[in-house]
Design a protein around this ligand. Structure first.
Ligand SMILES: C[S@@+](CC[C@H](N)C(=O)[O-])C[C@H]1O[C@@H](n2cnc3c(N)ncnc32)[C@H](O)[C@@H]1O
Length: 197
């Protein structure tokens, strides 16, 4: 099996990748992460999906290909230049592009919970994690990538990564699987807390 051979790369992907490379944007999600997201999203008919950190829309292009007609995606990004690339290339009525600071957006969010959250920015992952995991429905997924050392990690970032893994492994309201694959992925499923009644 060659896990990098993919027949289902989104049509718009190449265009987005060219724009991403032109900008020398070095935080883009890779093909394997995209492929996994598509497959997981497809398990959520009529799903409500959240992406924190749209970037130029590479993962977004995979996510929408996993969504059915009734599914909806909210994707949040604070960099207008990046978001405009995604918005321009991915014109789809199922997507709500939000230009906002993720910290404010998470703290102000009071809507319905999500079936899958791809947390790909500092807010929602290393910060405001508690608020973000609360947004995931029982049986829903919380997905993070870049958990293996990456060339673009700033000084001290590995400590944050270790801290997040410890936090995740200590919780009783989730189940998780760590994958030393792609950039290092953790798949988290939110579970129903048992009560003693
Ligand atoms: C790892 S990249 C996202 C990559 C993207 N998901 C993809 O598929 O290529 C993280 C993104 O989060 C954005 N970001 C960083 N801080 C943010 C904040 N406070 N609010 C919203 N977005 C933020 C960055 O501009 C960047 O585009």
């Amino acid at each position: 099996m060659d896990d990098k051979m993919m027949e289902d790369i989104p049509e718009v992907y190449e265009k987005l990748k060219e724009a991403t490379d032109r900008l020398q944007f070095n935080m883009a999600s890779d093909l394997q992460t995209g492929s996994l997201l598509k497959t997981l999203v497809a398990s959520k008919p009529s799903g409500r999906i959240l992406e924190l950190g749209t970037g130029t829309g590479l993962a977004t292009s995979w996510i929408i290909n996993g969504m059915d007609e009734r599914a909806r995606l909210v994707t949040v990004e604070n960099n207008e230049l990046l978001l405009d690339i995604a918005r321009g290339a991915l014109q789809d009525k199922r997507i709500e592009f939000v230009l906002a600071d993720g910290y404010e957006w998470i703290q102000n969010y009071s809507g319905e919970k999500f079936d899958l959250v791809f947390a790909d920015a500092m807010p929602g992952k290393y910060e405001l994690f508690e608020e973000t995991i609360k947004m995931v429905k029982e049986g829903g997924f919380y997905i993070i990538d870049d958990m293996l050392p990456q060339p673009n990690w700033p000084e001290g970032h590995s400590k944050k990564v270790e801290g997040l893994i410890i936090e995740l492994e200590g919780r009783n309201d989730i189940m998780l699987t760590k994958l030393n694959w792609s950039t290092g992925i953790i798949i988290v499923t939110k579970i129903k807390l048992e009560t003693n009644e």
